[in-house]
Each structure stands twice: as structure tokens, then as C-alpha cells.
Design a protein around this ligand. Structure first.
Ligand code: UTP
Length: 294
């Protein structure tokens, strides 16, 4: 058959980031720096590594500095040029040259499913990737690439999952699934934020998806005008699971949820420890904070 070709990645970044207040009162959560770069730049770099050339941000009116980060800043460039800061100039320009940015608005923050639905007119009838703007993953093969390979081989939509401890399942969407290969599952059903006692598994969905355009029809159907609560992506995915058209892949690698302060701080230290210039001093400062018990 025809191999599924994935070119676009939808990156929802329109949420209020209430867990990260007051830091996010005016600064988007996705722009919080993780060591030298804003969080969302790692997402875009992951997309580039997986050959996804068009990034579709689903954005909010107060958060347009996210798009600006991936554009030129001519005033800054001219200063760096004049002061002969060539290396910084290169880094600042590179970000603008990374990808095509397409931006759509989510006018009301009605949940992740609703955010994805906002990208419908841009994505049209193609399979597409989706990565939430605040969930960072690092491994030798980019998280989204791990999903693309399975989606192409099986010609089906795929969600990324990771095992979490039982007491954490109530913060996630969880799959009810059957293992069909190494790290691979056929999804029979999904549960949104289940109580630990009734969770079908401890495999939690973590912000990486390869989706087929039929997801839009399912989300549209659920997005009725009288709806009161947020439209979760999990709800739309359930319809696909019930038709036997959804797989899950257990993602390999490090993961940091930027909306969680412990993960956020750990991500900063992780990158600091990998940086030659910073590592030794950082280790020393950490040791001052955590003196060894004698
Ligand atoms: P989260 O639920 O983690 O983000 O959504 P949030 O709502 O901004 O944060 P909290 O829970 O209030 O702290 C995951 C991603 O989906 C986007 C967010 O911007 C985030 O990157 N999102 C969420 C939207 O784009 N629209 C929404 O309506 C909700």
C-alpha cells in the first residue's frame, strides 16, 4: 500500500498554565527557559529531527511571543553584528530558519481536543503529528519519530505512552490495551484521569501522537454547543480505539512535564550537567545545597 507521509506537526500552546502560576501570569509556560532555550524550542527541534517541516502552533492571543521566537529579530541581530558576537548571532538566526511556522488561534481554552480541532483547516486531509507544547522528551531516537515508524508500518494512528506509578494514573489519560509486539499495543479503549482502583492499566498518554484526519470528525461530533466541560483529545481517540484503528507505543527516553515544578527543575539540571561550561560549577553548587551526611 501507500506509505503514510507525515509532514505537519500540531503543537497546542494555548493553555492558561495555571499549575505554573505566578510564573505564567504573562509568560507562556511553553516559553519557560529550560537551561539555554525556551521549552517549546526543544519540541520544535524534536519535530525537525523527525523531518516534520511545518509546525502548526495552536495559540492564544496573549502568547504570540511563541511565534516570535521562531522568527527573525532584526534589531537584536544588528546589535550582535555590530558588536561582532558571531556565535550568538548564528544561534539567534538559526531559530528563525528552523521550520515553517503556521499559527492558528484557539479563541476559548476548551481543552486539548478542542485545540487540535482548531488546526483542522490547516491540516486538511493528511495524517499529522501532534506534540503538546510542554512535554519534553529526550532519547537517541526522538519520541515523535518512534511513533511515526509504527504509524507508517501499520498505517494507523498511534499514541505515545509511558508507564507511571499507580497513584499517578489519575493525572493522565490511560489506555486499555493488548500487547501485540515489543513496546506496541492495540488500544481497545481509553480512560481520562481514572481513579487508581478502576484504571485499566498504568500506561499513560504523554503528549505525542500520530493522528489520521478522521480524528477531526470525532472531535467535531463531541464539540456540541451545549458542552460545559473541556473537550479532551482522549474522548476523540476513544472513537478510533473502538473501531480498532488506534495503536500505542511505549516511548523510550527521558521525559519532563514542564507544568510540573519538580520535572521543570530537573530538566534544567539535566541540561546543565550535560554542558561542559557549566557542569563542574553546577555540581559544586548542588553539593553545597545537599551536604553529604557524615
Ligand atoms: P495542560 O493541561 O498541561 O496545560 O495542556 P494548561 O491547561 O496550560 O496547564 P494547567 O494544567 O492549567 O497548568 C497541555 C498542552 O496543551 C495546551 C497547553 O498550552 C499545553 O501546552 N492546551 C491546553 C491548549 O492549547 N488549549 C487548551 O485549551 C488546553
Amino acid at each position: 500500500g501507500v506509505v503514510m507521509h507525515v509532514r505537519k506537526v500540531v503543537v497546542p500552546v494555548a493553555g492558561w498554565g495555571t499549575r505554573s502560576l505566578p510564573a505564567t501570569k504573562n509568560l507562556p509556560k511553553e516559553m519557560l527557559p529550560v537551561f539555554r532555550k525556551p521549552a517549546v524550542q526543544y519540541i520544535v527541534e524534536e519535530a525537525i529531527q523527525a523531518d516534520l517541516s511545518d509546525v502548526v502552533f495552536v495559540n492564544h492571543q496573549n502568547k504570540t511571543i511563541i511565534e516570535d521566537h521562531f522568527d527573525y529579530n532584526l534589531a537584536l541581530e544588528s546589535v550582535l553584528e555590530r558588536t561582532d558576537k558571531q556565535e550568538l548571532l548564528k544561534q539567534v538566526r538559526e531559530v528563525a530558519e528552523m521550520v515553517n511556522i503556521i499559527s492558528v488561534r484557539q479563541k476559548h481554552q476548551l481543552g486539548l481536543g478542542h485545540a487540535v480541532l482548531c488546526a483542522r483547516e490547516v491540516v486538511k486531509q493528511e495524517p499529522f503529528a501532534a506534540i503538546v507544547g510542554d512535554d519534553l522528551m529526550f532519547s537517541s531516537m526522538p519520541g515523535i519519530q518512534q511513533l511515526i515508524e509504527v504509524a507508517q508500518a501499520e498505517n494507523m494512528a498511534v499514541v505515545g505512552v509511558v508507564p507511571v506509578s499507580r497513584d499517578k494514573v489519575s493525572s493522565y489519560g490511560v489506555i486499555d490495551a493488548e500487547e501485540i509486539g515489543p513496546h506496541m499495543y492495540r488500544v481497545k479503549d481509553l480512560q481520562e484521569k481514572p481513579d487508581p482502583e478502576r484504571a485499566a492499566s498504568n500506561l499513560a498518554i504523554v503528549g505525542r501522537y500520530i493522528l489520521t484526519p478522521d480524528i477531526f470528525d470525532h472531535l467535531e461530533e463531541l464539540n456540541t454547543p451545549d458542552r460545559r466541560d473541556e473537550l479532551q483529545l482522549t474522548e476523540g481517540l476513544r472513537a478510533m480505539a473502538r473501531k480498532d484503528r488506534l495503536l500505542a507505543v511505549k516511548l523510550q527516553g527521558m521525559r519532563f512535564d514542564i507544568g510540573n515544578w519538580v520535572d521543570y527543575l530537573t530538566a534544567n539540571i539535566y541540561f546543565g550537567l550535560q554542558d561542559e561550561e557549566v557542569r563542574d560549577d553546577l555540581v559544586q553548587r548542588l553539593q553545597e545545597l545537599l551536604p553529604c551526611p557524615e
